[in-house]
Design a protein. Structure first.
Length: 170
């Protein structure tokens, strides 16, 4: 099912102008969890309990994250939480926040997919749906509703370019 052009333009407006800043995948990944299992032979790492993952400006908090890597590169990542939370705070733009039940990350596409009761926001703008694909390198977003349910967006045009509220004059 293809989204109408007006909806695609609204979603593009939600994120405002792209600054071409992406998560630097060469930066170190910091992970804290209640338990960690590493298998160097298979390249699979499992992090369980209050997982807190940070790389450059990207932060993910979950109950469980499994990472598949090869030769020092993250190939994929899957996680869940109740809810799982993500934040992408890159210099020069408003931070992006997401909340969902599950997530999947593809290192090849630099695509973070949030699944299940997804709420995605940047400033006063928000997007809700069953599944949201967030392409970190281009800041592109694709939202999909569950069968029988639609995607919902709130777009506040005057907040797209403002970085901080102006204080009222006394």
């Amino acid at each position: 099912m293809r989204a109408p052009l007006a909806f695609v333009l609204c979603v593009a407006a939600l994120l405002g102008p792209c600054t071409a800043v992406a998560v630097d995948m060469a930066q170190p990944v910091s992970i804290r969890a209640d338990s960690i299992q590493l298998n160097q032979r298979t390249g699979i790492s499992t992090y369980t309990g209050h997982v807190h993952l940070v790389q450059a400006g990207m932060t993910i908090r979950a109950q469980h994250i499994e990472v598949v890597s090869a030769h020092g590169h993250v190939l994929s990542m899957h996680g869940y939480g109740n809810p799982l939370r993500m934040e992408d705070a890159q210099p020069g733009r408003l931070p992006i926040f997401g909340r969902a039940l599950r997530m999947a990350y593809s290192g090849a596409n630099e695509e973070l997919t949030l699944i299940g009761h997804v709420h995605f926001r940047q400033g006063a703008n928000s997007l809700q749906g069953h599944m949201i694909h967030y392409y970190t390198a281009t800041q592109r977003v694709v939202a999909i509703g569950a069968p029988g349910h639609r995607v919902s967006a709130v777009i506040v045009p005057h907040t797209l370019h403002s970085k901080s509220p102006k204080s009222p004059k006394s």
